[in-house]
Design a protein around this ligand. Sequence first.
Ligand code: HEM
Length: 471
Amino acid sequence: MGQTSRLTKLRAIPNNGTIRYLGPFNRGRFFLTTPETLADVLVNRAYDWEKPKHFRTNLGRILGFGLYFAEGDVHRIQRKALTPVFKSRHIRDDLYPIFWAKACECVAELIKHISTRHKDDWGPKASGKGNPVSGTVEVSGWASRATLDIIGVAGLGHDFQALKSPEGELIQAYSKIFAPSSHSWTLFILGMIFPPWVVSLVPLKANRDIKAGVKSVRNVCRQLIKEASAGDARKADGGWIYCLSLSSQMHFYHDTEALVDQLMTFLIAGHETTAAAMTWVIYLLAVYPDIQETLRQEVRENLPSPAWGQGITKHNIDRLPYLTTVCLEVLWCFPPLPLTARVAIRDTRIGDVHIPAGSEVFLVPWAINKSERLWSKDALHFNPRWWLKTVPARSPIEDGGDRETENIKPFGVANFAKEEFTCLLAAWVGRFKMELHDPELAVYKNVKIGGGITARPNKGMYINMTVLDGW
Ligand code: HEM
């Protein structure tokens, strides 16, 4: 993609898992190049590291100062409080029906959308008798609306209805916050130098949009908390508001703003990432029609059509190996969070290398996952069959760099995200044939990536979608 030439240069530097360079004010910085050195930072010595201050400045006001920015014991306590939400049994029994129902609703709304001429796209292309219904759809926005609805129902017991009403307050707020702007980069650079209050005063439109968007999101979160506290919050068993309120760091009725911050983290972390993954998988399936066809066949042979109104279980999806490998390969080739960073809070080590306190490391799955040295020449190619091979396995770690896990594996996602992702993809690929609206995008480097929290095409991803019969 756009970063390919920089990655090529980095790949050429001989190294043992870390590349050292000098950042501003000659501060030592390290770029990690292997899963082992990643694991040293994220797993083995996780509590020697914290998120850098400029992350708080740049991301804090959008993401909220919740779990993501918690460190040390506070982080441990907050994560423990959330255990029930991410338990496999809860996902299997309670959340699966939600994932599939929303996937089916998404498909139904998409069909409605492409069957009706819409002012902001080109569809429908053919509607005469016997002609299949088809139209052009900006899939990134649809993916965001689907995942926002899922996170609302599954985590908060509240349906934002973003699929049905794109003009809803929350989805509009997020589109303001993440609107591509040439000034986002300026704000990011300023955030690396100045404190948050200075950055928030910079008179740029992007800044005003972010402020207005964040204000709306916080209002929605406050309203959700108010509703939960008016009812019996305990009944929302496994819901985030309830679980977070149990954390000894904050009491439900006493610190609403801390809870607002937590909800903001979950809303964004939980919907932006999966929406980015959905965007990339649809793009890749359009680039590789043979993979799309194989996947569709597997889905249609094994799952009921969304039109039949039947539920599915985790067991149904677990029997679809190709679906699982396509999802894993997309997360591998186009990791929704392309980069993260840490700063050493005390002297520590990465492998054999001594790291002085204050050093910053950059962890870039977007680069590591494409390393030909680690994963052979095939690393640069989208190839779901990789996951059926054994050596070296591409195995993602649990979500969020589970700091306690023993496994040394590169970035990936938790069960919640995997199950949600597979349900959404199965419903889409079973029902629609997907082709690139702009064939030039078949060459990866022609897709320009935007600079938000997740890696996404900066002008959206337009796909020609045809509704397929027979399922
Ligand atoms: C395809 C989907 C997803 C991907 C690729 C993904 C990836 C990641 C990664 C790489 C991190 C670590 C970031 C860092 O350390 O800088 C992270 C953190 C986090 N993610 Fe996800 N995620 C996904 C979906 C979700 C979902 C669905 C939720 C909520 C239901 C979620 C909630 C979180 C939270 C709360 C954190 C912070 C965790 C902590 O600091 O302990 N993510 N995610």
